[in-house]
Ligand binder design. Sequence first.
Ligand SMILES: [Zn+2]
Length: 153
Amino acid sequence: MNNDSLEELNQNQESESAQEQTKDESEWRKELNPEQYHVLREKGTERAFTGRYWDLKDAGTYRCAACGEPLFTSETKYDSGSGWPSFYQPADASSVKELADHSHGMIRTEVTCAKCDSHLGHVFPDGPPETGLRYCVNSASLDFEKQEEGDAE
Ligand SMILES: [Zn+2]
């Protein structure tokens, strides 16, 4: 038949894909699954003992589920009995941000990813002796990367 309609189709596709900007909420919504979006971008909290990582003891790195930044390592993870992954310190002090949170009638300290501002969880002053802190983080905010065999120090 004729090629005109095909050409028109190609042109339309190109004009749509030319925009690349910093992520807005609709892009986060596309990239994250509904639970991750709710926790990371709407500051939700998964139910205790339901997440992927609260009971995980493998060696490795926990990255931000939104941007991939390394946030915590298995070396500082401990069993707090809370039902959420708990760490006594972040992988690097600069990898997380701590903000006052007065929601739900409580005074708490919110923890977010320093790179993309996504919500991770809260930090409480009832942690183990190493630091006295408990970083209580949602599994949905994390992406676990297992340490390769023979990669131990
Ligand atoms: Zn992030």
